[in-house]
Design a protein around this ligand. Sequence first.
Ligand SMILES: [Zn+2]
Length: 414
Amino acid sequence: MELFHELLAEIERVPAVDVHSHIRIVSPAASDLSQIALYHFITSELESAGVDPAVFEIDGAKKRLAEASAGFARIKNTTSYWCLTRILGDLYDAGAPHECDMDDLLGKVESTSSEPGWTNEVLERANVSKVFVTCDWRKALPRASEKFVPVLRVDSLVNEAHMSRTLESLTEATGQSVYEAGDLKKAVAELFRKAKEAGAVAAAASFEPQVDFEQGDRDAADRILSLVLLGQKPNRDDRKAMRSYVLDLVLQNCAEHEMPLQLMLGIKHIRSADRAITAYEPGSVAMYADLFKRHSGVSFDVFTSNDTICHELAVVARNYPNVFLSGAWWYLEFPTHIRKMLRERIEMLPMTKCCGFCSDARCVEWVYGRVKLIRRELALALAQLVQEGYLSEGAAVEVAAHYLAENPKRLYRV
Ligand SMILES: [Zn+2]
């Protein structure tokens, strides 16, 4: 354990870059305790343990927490709960959430969050230098600040490119009417121009496993657009042709503006139950490999929440200079998976190919909790490799510095 603690101390000193969050740049800190204690990783566990989801909709943070906290004791074993305990303990000097005085804590969070320096203090204590903020393409992007930088999220632009409401949103966002493929090209270019102007450092999209792409075809896009404008519903092949054309446009703009595409794979939404689970489609990584080759001028940073395709993605990143891996993300953001993923990537890939930290946080307090987890897991995985004789201690520290800071800074030019 001595080596682990030595490495952890070194890793704590590396200023980390958080490459994926859902924080609002205008209000990065939690405004009340429920935004921390009822973060969605926690509510999904509470709900799974039998807490009525209607509880999370109750008006008033105090009442909402009082009703929900009855479930805390049932999730005190999970790693999300460990993160929550670190947040409350380290930042507010509070005990474990299932034992502490919630009323007292509510007051503490409310008073600290209104302090002007609180966000910076949390990020300093987390030793996080930059936080990427995912922003939907349909709304004007907030401008980048010293600590927060926007990422242009284009999921629905690509996935729903065949829908008239998407074209209307695109016109609203860019001022460019879309009647034919040439207009679409101009509109997507304008969207990227504005994003770049706001300081966006990347584009991002999550695609479900069944979503596939082919080379975009302008004539096909023209034909399908005229169908859509006539109010007709495009068939499956046409939908594929349309999203492929738009993804190609997105990637052409990524290349032009030197913005990597964050490609997020492995989540499937079960719409009937309003749930997201992990899933994969055999052959989908090979399909993306074709995309990576066709757009070799674009850097792809691939995130996955699906264990099954982790190895396939490591193989792709090993074979394609323009493919990088980030994470752990979503359902893989738990120690067993983080450790396995880190080991595999450290063993298989040059140390310049991975970004180690994405918080998925909705407030800066969770950036703190998540970075604690990832630094610990990096130290554990690296200590194991050093003990097994595969890495020197010096190389282990270098790997951590690359994963947390050097790679995101170089890849995203921040
Ligand atoms: Zn996310």
